[in-house]
Design a protein. Structure first.
Length: 182
C-alpha cells in the first residue's frame, strides 16, 4: 500500500472520530446524492450489489469523508453547503487519496478517477435500460449487472456472456457475511 493511501485511511478514521465527538451535524448532501443515485438503479438486490461495489471501490467512503471533513465544515462556518440539491454535475477532488469523484445527476452516472503510483484509472457507473454498466477509462465495458425476476442478479461481460449469477438467497448470504466483517 502507498503512504498516501495509508495516510488517507488514517485521516478518515481521525475525521470520523472528530465528527462523531464534536456534536456538529450537517446535511451530508454529497452522501445523500450518492445514496439517491444508488437507490434509483433498480430493485433492492441491484441496489445492494451497487452499494457493495461502491463500498469496495470506495465511492461511499470518499463521499462521506469529503462531506464530513470539508463540505459540512464549509456549511457550518458559511451557512450553505457547496453541494446543493440541483441537477448540476459536481466534481469533488480528493488529492490526499488521489481520487476525484464526479456525480452527474442528469444522466445518473458516477465517475471515479483514481491516481495510483503515476497511472490514472477511471471507472464509470451508468444506468442503461434495465442494467448498470461499469466502464473503464477507455470506455470499455468491464461488467454489466442486471436484476433477475426472482430477485437475484446476473453479471455479464462486455459481449453479454454470463460471468456469474446470484440468487436472492446468495445475495442475502453475501450481504450478511460482509456485514459481519465490518
Amino acid at each position: 500500500m502507498s503512504k498516501h493511501f495509508v495516510r488517507f485511511v488514517a485521516m478518515l478514521l481521525m475525521g470520523s472520530m472528530l465528527v462523531a465527538s464534536s456534536g456538529c451535524f450537517a446535511s451530508f448532501n454529497l452522501t445523500r446524492k450518492i445514496y439517491k443515485f444508488n437507490q434509483g438503479l433498480g430493485d433492492k438486490w441491484l441496489n445492494e450489489i451497487a452499494f457493495l461495489v461502491m463500498t469496495i471501490i470506495p465511492v461511499y467512503g470518499v463521499g462521506f469523508t469529503v462531506d464530513a471533513l470539508i463540505l459540512n465544515s464549509i456549511e457550518f462556518w458559511g451557512g450553505t453547503n457547496p453541494v446543493s440539491a440541483s441537477n448540476d454535475q459536481r466534481t469533488i477532488p480528493i488529492p490526499e487519496a488521489g481520487v476525484t469523484l464526479t456525480l452527474n445527476p442528469a444522466d445518473k452516472s458516477i465517475r471515479l478517477m483514481q491516481d495510483s503510483e503515476g497511472s490514472q484509472k477511471e471507472y464509470v457507473f451508468e444506468r442503461s435500460g434495465d442494467e448498470t454498466i461499469v466502464r473503464d477509462d477507455t470506455g470499455n465495458v468491464l461488467v454489466r449487472c442486471a436484476a433477475t425476476e426472482d430477485g437475484g442478479i446476473v453479471l455479464k461481460d462486455a459481449s453479454g456472456k454470463i460471468i456469474s449469477s446470484y440468487s436472492k438467497e446468495n445475495l442475502a448470504n453475501i450481504s450478511q457475511r460482509l456485514s459481519a466483517t465490518n
